[in-house]
Design a protein. Structure first.
Length: 298
């Protein structure tokens, strides 16, 4: 379909999608999933996927510029090798599973992670509300439930370790005294699942959002790190989309027209992100992640 000759309604929808993608990269991770669904409803799905990938790459570059001082390279480099493993596993899975089953699988995982995060947040809130008392018996050994919760919650009792660069790296490889740790089971789990999800359903966003959310990143550090992560992933995927004919030269013209819309939205989103309360941000990310999971389920 030639978008340059499309109706005004289609162009207005394309503008809305560009705005959602810009917000996804600068303020509300997960909003872009809604935009992709809207566009696929009015143009062929393969073309919609290719065009949105191009729009997302533009937004990635804009977000990297907007948050150029707010990236946690240690967290990024810790997650990327695990994502590569997930991409390889996802490629193998695609050889034996159909598209519908794959999307539902990813949807179930996303919803499950959202519920786990909500449960951990509720438990931590309950602990903070309970008055502290002096222990009368030796501390009990950690239970399996505690270990499971630690996969999604950080070390500060509030679902994270605070802003990166404040003594220890989130999910870190070193302690405050410089002692090296083993690879974090949480980064391994989320990284592999994110790689798997991006390969089979373009759905890594909600999974990585939940990972960085559980690490307790400050809002701008969260957004800056995810911007670099997805630029790398999307540039890797771009040649495959081109070779499959999902993105053509004629599609790049409407993408170019949307560049000012995306850049303006990213700049507005950056201002909002620097003012939003982290609890509000956490709630919005969880809601949009849940919506993304449900979209994949239906």
């Amino acid at each position: 379909m030639d978008l340059m000759s499309a109706s005004m309604d289609t162009w207005l929808l394309l503008v809305a999608v560009a705005i959602l993608i810009g917000l996804d990269k600068s303020f509300l991770p997960g909003a872009g999933v809604l935009g992709i669904g809207f566009l696929a409803a009015v143009i062929p799905a393969r073309q919609a996927s290719g065009i949105t990938l191009a729009l997302i790459i533009v937004a990635d570059w804009a977000a990297i510029w907007a948050y150029r001082k707010d990236v946690d390279w240690r967290a990024l480099l810790r997650l990327l090798p695990n994502i590569v493993v997930g991409v390889v596993l996802g490629s193998g899975f695609l050889l034996v599973a159909d598209n519908a089953a794959t999307k539902r699988t990813i949807g179930v995982l996303i919803v499950a992670f959202v519920l786990i995060n909500i449960a951990v947040m509720a438990r931590n809130r309950h602990r903070r509300a309970t008055p502290a008392t002096a222990p009368t018996t030796p501390a009990a050994a950690p239970t399996t439930a505690d270990h499971t919760a630690d996969l999604t919650a950080g070390d500060d009792g509030q679902g994270g370790r605070g802003s990166a660069g404040e003594g220890a790296t989130a999910g870190g490889t070193t302690t405050g005294t410089g002692t090296r740790r083993r690879v974090s089971p949480k980064s391994l789990l989320f990284g592999v699942l994110a790689g798997f999800a991006t390969m089979v359903a373009n759905a890594a966003g909600p999974i990585t959002s939940l990972y960085f959310l559980s690490e307790g990143f400050a809002v701008v550090r969260f957004l800056g790190t995810t911007a670099w992560l997805f630029l790398i992933l999307n540039l890797i995927k771009l040649p495959f989309s081109l070779s499959l004919g999902m993105l053509t030269g004629s599609d790049l013209r409407p993408v170019a027209i949307m560049v000012p819309v995306i850049v303006a939205t990213v700049l507005v989103g950056r201002q909002l992100a620097r003012r939003v309360d982290r609890r509000v941000f956490t709630t919005l990310v969880l809601i949009l992640s849940a919506v993304a999971g449900v979209i994949l389920l239906v």
